[in-house]
Write a protein that binds this ligand. Structure first.
Ligand code: NAD
Length: 351
C-alpha cells in the first residue's frame, strides 16, 4: 500500500425513493425556518412544491442559469435579504446548486441540496462563477453543502438524452479521480463503483426512463462520482471541457460526453492502473473503447461538430488548453491536443 492523504468531506446524505418528504425535518435540523428555495425557470413548479413543504414563509427564486453569473447571484441575494432567509434550498442540476453555493460563499447560510441530475456538484467544495464573460473556479469549504437529499423519484422525469450526457459527465469525474495525483484507496473505491453503477444503469434508462432500479443505481453512481470530484484534483479532461465550454459556449454535459473517450485514450498508457479499473467497471477489454461504446449505446453525441463547436476553433482551443495546463498523467503538448481535438471534432474513432 502506498502512503496517502484522505480528507473526508462532511456532508449529510439522505438517499432513497420518496426522501423528499424528509425535507422539512432536514431543513429544521439545519436551523432553517425561512429558507430561500432556488431553481431554474424550467423547474419553478418543483421549487414551489419544495417551498410548500416548508410553509408560506419560504421564498422562491427561480432564476438559476448555467455558469453561475454573478449578476444572478446578486439578484437572488436581494430576494434572500428581503425574505430574511436563514438558509438556502436548491432543487435541480449543477446550475441551481452553483447558485446556492455562490450565495453560501457570500453569506455562509446553510445549504440543503436536492439534486435532479447526475452532475455531482452537490458533493464538492468547488464553485465556478462567471463575471464579465470570464469564468473563474474556486475551492472553498464554505460552498460545500451541509445536507443533500437524493430522491430517486425526482430523477425519473430527467429526459433520457439529458440522463445519458449527465451520466457521462459523472463518469468523467470518476475517470479523472482514478488517475489523480492525490488519489487514495478510498476515492479509488468510490470512483470505480460509481462508474460501475452508472455503466449498468444508463443503457437501461435509455430503454426505459421510468426504470426505478436503474434510476436508483444511476443516482447512487452519480453520488460516488461527485464525491470523487470533490476529494481529488482533476486533469486534462476537465481542463479541455472548461476550455471548450468557455470559448464556444458549448453545452456542459454534452462536451464531457464527447471528450471523455478521447482523453481516456490519450492517458491510457501513462495511467495503466486507472485504465484497468475503468475497463473493469465498464466490463470492457479497453477503457477508452469501452467509454466510446457506452456513449454510442446510450445515444450521447460523439463529435464536437455535433454539439456546435466551430471547426476553426480547434487550433486556438489547443493553444488555450495547453498554455496553463492542469497536471495530467501523460505529457500535454499542443500538437497532441490539437490532434485529439481534431479527432473529437469529427468523431473519428480508430478500429
Ligand atoms: P443544469 O443544472 O444546467 O440543468 C439543465 C436543465 O435541465 C435545466 O433547465 C434544469 O432545470 C433541467 N433539469 C434538471 N433536472 C431535471 C429533471 N430531473 N427533469 C427535467 N429537467 C431537469 O445542468 P447540469 O448538467 O446538472 O449542471 C451543469 C452545471 O453544473 C455547469 O455550469 C457546470 O459547470 C456545473 N457543475 C459544477 C460542478 C462543481 O463541482 N462545481 C460539478 C458538476 C457540474
Amino acid at each position: 500500500m502506498e502512503d496517502f492523504v484522505y480528507t473526508g468531506l462532511a456532508t449529510r446524505v439522505i438517499f432513497g425513493t420518496g426522501t423528499l418528504k424528509q425535507l422539512a425535518d432536514e431543513a429544521k435540523r439545519l436551523g432553517m425556518s425561512r429558507p430561500l428555495v432556488l431553481s431554474t425557470p424550467h423547474q419553478r413548479s418543483e421549487a414551489e412544491r419544495v417551498a410548500g413543504l416548508i410553509g408560506p414563509q419560504a421564498a422562491v427564486f427561480s432564476g438559476a442559469v448555467m455558469h453561475t453569473p454573478v449578476e444572478v447571484t446578486m439578484e437572488a441575494m436581494k430576494v434572500a435579504a428581503e425574505a430574511g432567509a436563514d438558509g438556502v434550498i436548491a432543487i435541480g442540476g449543477g446550475s441551481t446548486t452553483g447558485l446556492s453555493k455562490a450565495i453560501a460563499l457570500r453569506t455562509d447560510l446553510p445549504q440543503l441540496i436536492v439534486p435532479t441530475t447526475y452532475a455531482g456538484s452537490e458533493m464538492t467544495p468547488i464553485l465556478g462563477q462567471t463575471e464579465n464573460g470570464s469564468k473563474t473556479t474556486l475551492r472553498d469549504n464554505r460552498v460545500l453543502p451541509e445536507t443533500v437529499i437524493y430522491d430517486v423519484s425526482l430523477t425519473s422525469g430527467l429526459p433520457v438524452g439529458l440522463s445519458a450526457v449527465s451520466g457521462l459527465n459523472a463518469i468523467a469525474h470518476a475517470v479523472e479521480a482514478l488517475y489523480a495525483r492525490d488519489r487514495n484507496p478510498v476515492t479509488d473505491l468510490m470512483a470505480e463503483d460509481g462508474i460501475r453503477a452508472l455503466a449498468r444503469a444508463l443503457p437501461r434508462i435509455g430503454r426505459d426512463g421510468l426504470d426505478v432500479e436503474a434510476r436508483s443505481d444511476a443516482l447512487y453512481g452519480a453520488w460516488l462520482c461527485g464525491i470523487s470530484l470533490g476529494c481529488v484534483g482533476m486533469a486534462l479532461h476537465h481542463k479541455l471541457c472548461h476550455t471548450l465550454g468557455g470559448m464556444f459556449d458549448l453545452p456542459h454535459a454534452e462536451t464531457h460526453s464527447v471528450i471523455l473517450p478521447y482523453v481516456m485514450r490519450y492517458n491510457m498508457q501513462a495511467a495503466p492502473d486507472a485504465a484497468q479499473k475503468v475497463a473493469r467497471a465498464l466490463r470492457a477489454d479497453n477503457a477508452a473503447t469501452g467509454l466510446r461504446n457506452l456513449a454510442q449505446e446510450i445515444g450521447a453525441p460523439l463529435s464536437l461538430a455535433q454539439i456546435g463547436m466551430p471547426a476553426e476553433g480547434i487550433g486556438t482551443a489547443a493553444i488555450e488548453a495547453t498554455s496553463n495546463p492542469y497536471w495530467n498523467p501523460a505529457p500535454v503538448t499542443e500538437p497532441a491536443i490539437r490532434a485529439l481535438l481534431t479527432d473529437a471534432f469529427d468523431g473519428v474513432w480508430p478500429d
